[in-house]
Design a protein around this ligand. Structure first.
Ligand SMILES: NC(=O)c1ccc[n+]([C@@H]2O[C@H](COP(=O)([O-])OP(=O)(O)OC[C@H]3O[C@@H](n4cnc5c(N)ncnc54)[C@H](OP(=O)(O)O)[C@@H]3O)[C@@H](O)[C@H]2O)c1
Length: 198
């Protein structure tokens, strides 16, 4: 689904079958751990394709119909990674910052149109993400990992309420919201420390 043609084919197929999409969940994505000079460029470009390009394309295809019908909800899965730079996962954090910024901007554009856009920003969650990102030796998933069902339920509730940003878990909310009061360099250094190998 990372290519425009694949998203377009899905959109056309649903149109042909006269299936109206009122809910769009852009969840697909992955991360990659490692210093930028050591990581694989193709893997990172593919990550940008799925984390950003596919999400943007699907939103571009489905949002106009929602606006026209004055009915629709979009859930874009960002991350707590969206709130600060992420040394040792530099590209991943940057993609999620893009998803959060994009979602908040669209939420604003859609006000009064009957459409809501929600950015779900989970912290570390027990899924296939950790192994796909090669995070096995990082400290990131060593504590405070949330259960995926809990995250999904909180995301669903936030989507239905039309919330702009949903951060599951008290600790994740506290961290994400306190970052703006701390010098940016300290935040980046702290993230590096948390990401480093245990
Ligand atoms: N787990 C966490 O700690 C965490 C924290 C914050 C945000 N997130 C975000 O949550 C979302 C879901 O990840 P997850 O934690 O559930 O990890 P996951 O278990 O690895 O699932 C990733 C999902 O993305 C799909 N996907 C990956 N590359 C794809 C591609 N090129 N084309 C189509 N589908 C693709 C996978 O489909 P297949 O199964 O078909 O490969 C799978 O459904 C991601 O956007 C991730 O960045 C995760």
């Amino acid at each position: 689904m990372s290519k425009y043609s694949e998203a377009e084919a899905l959109f056309q197929e649903l149109q042909q079958q006269q299936i109206t999409v009122d809910f769009l969940v852009n969840n697909a994505g992955y991360g990659l751990f490692g210093e930028f000079t050591e990581t694989d460029l193709q893997d990172e470009l593919s990550m940008i394709d799925i984390n950003i390009k596919a999400l943007t394309t699907l939103t571009k295809l489905f949002l106009p119909g929602m606006k026209q019908r004055r009915n629709g909800k979009i859930l874009n899965v960002a991350s707590t990674a969206a709130f600060q730079p992420g040394p040792l996962m530099a590209v991943y954090y940057a993609t999620k910052a893009c998803v959060l910024s994009f979602s908040e901007a669209l939420e604003n554009e859609m006000k009064g149109n009957g459409v809501t856009v929600t950015a779900l920003c989970p912290g570390p969650t027990k899924t296939g993400f950790e192994s796909r990102a090669n995070l096995g030796q990082s400290k990131l998933f060593k504590s405070g990992v949330m259960d995926v069902e809990r995250v999904a339920n909180i995301g669903y509730e936030g989507l239905m309420k039309g919330k702009s940003i949903v951060i599951p878990g008290f600790k994740n909310r506290l961290l994400a919201n306190s970052i703006r009061f701390i010098p940016r360099k300290w935040v980046t250094a702290t993230v590096r420390n948390v990401q480093e190998k245990s």
